[in-house]
Design a protein around this ligand. Sequence first.
Ligand SMILES: *[C@@H]1O[C@H](CO)[C@@H](O)[C@H](O)[C@H]1NC(C)=O
Ligand SMILES: *[C@@H]1O[C@H](CO)[C@@H](O)[C@H](O)[C@H]1NC(C)=O
Ligand SMILES: *[C@@H]1O[C@H](CO)[C@@H](O)[C@H](O)[C@H]1NC(C)=O
Length: 423
Amino acid sequence: MENIGAFLGFWERGAQKRSNFEETASRSVKRWASTTVFLSFFIILFIGSFLYWVNVSVFPGSLLREEIFASKSSEESLGECPEYFRWIHKDLEPWKHTGISREMLERAKAHAQFRLVIINGDAYVEKYKNAYQTRDVFTVWGILQLLRLYPGKVPDLELMFSCGDRPVVKKRDYEGANSTSPPPVFHYCGDQESLDIVFPDWSFWGWAETNIRPWNSILEDIKEGNKRTKWINRAPYAYWKGNPYVSIAREDLMKCNVTDKYQWKTRLYVQDWHKEKKQGFKKSKLADQCTHRYKIYVEGQAWSARAIGRAGSRYMQEKLKMKYVYDYMFHLLIEYAKLLKFEPRIPNEGKKVCAQKLASSQNGLGKRFMVESMVNSSSETLPCTMPPPFEPLSLKAFFENNEMIKRQVEMWEKDSWESLKFG
Ligand SMILES: *[C@@H]1O[C@H](CO)[C@@H](O)[C@H](O)[C@H]1NC(C)=O
Ligand SMILES: *[C@@H]1O[C@H](CO)[C@@H](O)[C@H](O)[C@H]1NC(C)=O
Ligand SMILES: *[C@@H]1O[C@H](CO)[C@@H](O)[C@H](O)[C@H]1NC(C)=O
């Protein structure tokens, strides 16, 4: 827990701000309390690990710790999936009683960049719109690797995938007595106000445009980077580097940089991707960012939740290893396919995709990352075992607890401003 105890993060499910954070860091960074973020895949992971910690340190005695995020060190040896897999049930809940009809699926098309069909272990893609950069290509790549890892185990299915930055299926549009059922849309992000089905983002297999390598390789780099400087020898500041112009929360954060007047104990840096690209990304290596004791997490648009995974604690490395990323996809697709009330079929404009062909269609970093993240042999172990859905009461307690944490942070924020004014 060394590093996790030195990491600060905030998250939100929807319009109601909910944040959770790490106490050690909080003393020096109270002012970021109003930061808001969306929920995305990493945040789910984040909840699992951080709430556990926060509960222990900030709100001792809370029921939550035992009920939802019990730290199961024996989890892995028992073959159980991490607790965050429970969100799979939650994400699919809207179709639990109705199932998913072809009509519902076709309605999802309006939101989708592509349709993915799996039949007899083969994948077909029908493309509708361009995605930003190569998100769609790397997402399909990830699915192809899943098929290689668990050959013959992924069921036949048809799904619609959205590659945007913000959730697209608004809950409020599907409420009320006569409302239609929501269209099932797979996406990298979701929040409390939306019904998108959360799926791991493309960057797990590499993000060529920003020179971010596949997650497997990054985990190794981070382990090395962590070893280079002991925590106690790191600069006692909270560090953030990124593009501040993609969200209000980030622009807000920029006001908190160290100045002659205020010693916020922060070190905030603007990442200029264009400049970095010209210089070969030498200054943006994540593993080289292990030089400060604390790291700030602030949401940009939903996708940037990925940064959380880069915090570099051993705990996160365990729960977030590629095996679990694939297992999460696997269980999500299994549970989703169970709901389909129609026979999947190859779409008219659908093209069969396979790993070798896709990799050879890429060049430069894109190709290199695909080779690097290629699954070379099928898994020798079974997928982990799915945990049951959240108990409604635990989930309620979980959201309430987050509210409480948020209010606590807001109080610290207020105190801090007052002590600046009067002290
Ligand atoms: C739902 O439809 C029924 C029958 O058409 C109608 O009587 C009722 O007022 C509608 N309810 C709402 C909330 O629109
Ligand atoms: C924040 O302060 C540091 C130290 O003075 C400086 O190097 C950095 O450029 C500043 N960041 C921003 C975003 O102004
Ligand atoms: C699969 O093999 C390639 C080539 O030897 C290697 O670069 C890649 O990292 C391997 N994949 C994994 C997931 O280890």
